[in-house]
Design a protein around this ligand. Structure first.
Ligand code: NAP
Ligand code: 3JM
Length: 348
C-alpha cells in the first residue's frame, strides 16, 4: 500500500488540457509525492501554478520519465507515439489523451463509468477517448444495459478549446476584429496544418480533423470506432457528423438512438439517467430546463436533456448531451483513470 503518494508527470502541462489536468489533480487532492511538468522546448523554463506554488516546466525527453509512476499525456499524437513507449520502458503507466493508441487492441480505451474493468488489461498504456465520444457513451451505457442499443446517429456542436490554446485565441481575436470592423486572416481552424483555414467567429465549420477517403472526417471516425470499442459492441451501427462552433468550452451533441425494446417511455429513460454515474439529467421542457455549454463549463458531469421519443420509430429516442470537453472530455476522465489505477491496486 502506497502511503507517500505517487510521482506524476504531466506531458503538455502548458496546454489547454494540461492546465485542466493540474487543476483537476489539485481539486481531487490526488496523492502526489513528486510532480514533473513537461512541454516542448518552446515553454521549457516557464512556470505554471499548482497548489499555489510556481513549478518550472521542462522539455519532455525520454529520460524525463525516470522514476515516474503515472504519466498523463496531452501533447498531441506524435509526442505520445514518440515518448509514451519511453515512459513505459522506464516503468511508468501512461494515461494518453491523444488518438495515437486508442484503437490499438493491446491498449484499453476507458471511460470509468462504462468500462473501468478494462484498465486491468493494460500493458503500460491506457487511452483516454475523444471528448465527444466520452460524453456520449457515459450517457448511453445505462440505457444499453437496461434496454439494449442497436443504432446511434450523432451530430456534434464542438467548442474551439478542443483544438487547443491557439484556437481559443483565434476565436477571441477574430470576434474582436469583426466587431471592430477590422480585417483578419484565419490561421488555426479547422485543422492546424497547411490546409485551408476558415473563419470560426460567427460561423460553423463542418470539419474537425482531416478528411478520410470515405468522406467522414477523422473526428467522426474516432467517435464511430471508439464508441464500439468502449461499449464492447463491434456491430453497433454508429454514424457521426462533427461541427466546430464559436463556443469557447463545452461540447454539445444531438444524439438519436434506437434501443431493442419498443415499449420504453421517456419516463423510463429519465429514471435510468437520474441514477447514472457522472450524468446529470436536466430535462424539464415546460420550465425551459435543458443543458447548455455555457452552464456546463467547470463542472465534471455530463448533462443530458431534451429526451424525446421519435414520432415514427417506437424504438427511437432523441437527446441533447453537453459536457465540459476539457474536464470529462479530457482531464477529469484521465485523472479518474489514474484514481482507478490506484483503487484497483495497479500502481505501486
Ligand atoms: P494545446 O493547448 O495546443 O497544448 C499543447 C501542449 O503540448 C503544450 O503544453 C505544448 O507545449 C505541448 N507540446 C507540443 N509539442 C510538444 C513536444 N514536441 N514535446 C512535448 N510537449 C509538446 O493543446 P491541448 O488542447 O492541450 O491538446 C493537446 C493534445 O491533447 C491534443 O493534440 C490532443 O491529442 C489531446 N486532446 C485530447 C482531447 C480528448 O478528447 N480527450 C481533447 C483535447 C485535446 P508548448 O507550450 O511548449 O508548446
Ligand atoms: C487532436 O475537439 C477536438 O478537436 C477533439 C480533441 C482532439 C483530439 C482528440 O482527442 O481526439 C484535438 C486534437 C486530437 C487527437 O489526438 O486526435
Amino acid at each position: 500500500m502506497n502511503t507517500s503518494g505517487f510521482h506524476i508527470a504531466v506531458v503538455g502541462a502548458t496546454g489547454a488540457v494540461g492546465q485542466q489536468m493540474l487543476n483537476t489533480l489539485e481539486k481531487r487532492d490526488f496523492p502526489i509525492k513528486q510532480l514533473t511538468l513537461l512541454s516542448s522546448a518552446r515553454s521549457a523554463g516557464s512556470t505554471v501554478t499548482f497548489k499555489g506554488k510556481e513549478w518550472t516546466v521542462e522539455e519532455a525527453k525520454p529520460e524525463s520519465f525516470e522514476g515516474v509512476d503515472i504519466a498523463l499525456f496531452s501533447a498531441g499524437g506524435s509526442v505520445s507515439k514518440l515518448l509514451a513507449p519511453e515512459a513505459v520502458k522506464r516503468g511508468a503507466i501512461v494515461v494518453d489523451n491523444t488518438s495515437a493508441f486508442r484503437m490499438d487492441p493491446d491498449v484499453p480505451l476507458v471511460v470509468p463509468e462504462v468500462n473501468e474493468e478494462d484498465i486491468k488489461l493494460h500493458n503500460g498504456i491506457i487511452a483516454n477517448p475523444n471528448c465527444s465520444t466520452i460524453q456520449m457513451v457515459a450517457t448511453l451505457e445505462p440505457i444499453r444495459k437496461e434496454y439494449g442499443l442497436s443504432k446511434v446517429i450523432v451530430s456534434t456542436y464542438q467548442a474551439v478549446s478542443g483544438a487547443g490554446a491557439a484556437a481559443i485565441d483565434e476565436l477571441h481575436e477574430q470576434s474582436q476584429a469583426i466587431l471592430n470592423g477590422e480585417s483578419f486572416s484565419p490561421a488555426v481552424l479547422p485543422v492546424k496544418s497547411d490546409e485551408k483555414h476558415y473563419q470560426i467567429a460567427f460561423n460553423a465549420i463542418p470539419q474537425i480533423d482531416k478528411f478520410e477517403e470515405n468522406g467522414f472526417t477523422f473526428e467522426e471516425m474516432k467517435m464511430i470506432n471508439e464508441t464500439k470499442k468502449i461499449m464492447h459492441m463491434p456491430t453497433l451501427k454508429v454514424s457521426a457528423t462533427c461541427v466546430r462552433l464559436p463556443v469557447v468550452t463545452g461540447h454539445s451533441e444531438s444524439v438519436y438512438i434506437e434501443i431493442d425494446n419498443e415499449d420504453v417511455t421517456v419516463k423510463d429513460l429519465h429514471r435510468l439517467l437520474i441514477d447514472a454515474p457522472g450524468v446529470t439529467l436536466e430535462d424539464v421542457p415546460g420550465e425551459q430546463v435543458y443543458p447548455m455549454p455555457a452552464y456546463a463549463v467547470g463542472k465534471p458531469d455530463v448533462f443530458v436533456g431534451r429526451v424525446r421519443k421519435d414520432l415514427d420509430e417506437d424504438k427511437g429516442f432523441h437527446m441533447w448531451i453537453v459536457s465540459d470537453n476539457l474536464l470529462k472530455g479530457a482531464a477529469w476522465n484521465s485523472v479518474q483513470i489514474a484514481e482507478s489505477l490506484v483503487k484497483l491496486g495497479l500502481v505501486k
